[in-house]
Write a protein of this length. Structure first.
Length: 130
């Protein structure tokens, strides 16, 4: 096989690995779906903070690392990180601990707010039924 043909096949393989989304909203949805990550708000905060190109790159790295045989071990060595956990680790390393912690605090506030709102809605529903 000629070197130019090998080069073309390698380029085709790289192209197929690229993440095909067109905007941040699609990227957030794809990251949550492909990484099986339920914390969609935190994914959104990270994508907004890092921007589309950097988030796309981290997403690809997280998928690659998770799918590798070795995976990424938890800090205590008891098992492997989830794909979402790898993405968040890469994001923290990329943006710095203080910025990541700031986003985590915003995410916690959001989750508490959603939980409180859901609880209040259920209480209202129950009182209306009685």
């Amino acid at each position: 096989m000629s070197p130019s043909k090998r080069k073309t096949e390698a380029s085709d393989e790289e192209e197929s690995k690229k993440i095909k989304v067109h905007d941040s909203s699609e990227l957030k949805t794809k990251i949550c779906k492909d990484l099986d990550e339920s914390n969609d708000h935190m994914i959104g905060l990270v994508v907004d903070q890092l921007g589309f190109p950097a988030s796309t790159e981290l997403f690809g790295k997280a998928l690659e690392m998770h799918q590798s045989e070795e995976g990424v071990l938890l800090a205590d060595g008891s098992g492997k990180k989830t794909a979402g956990g790898i993405f968040f680790q890469l994001a923290r390393d990329s943006m710095g601990r203080s910025d990541f912690n700031r986003l985590s605090k915003l995410n916690c506030k959001h989750r508490r707010s959603v939980k409180k709102s859901k609880s209040e809605t259920e209480e209202t529903k129950e009182s209306n039924e009685n």
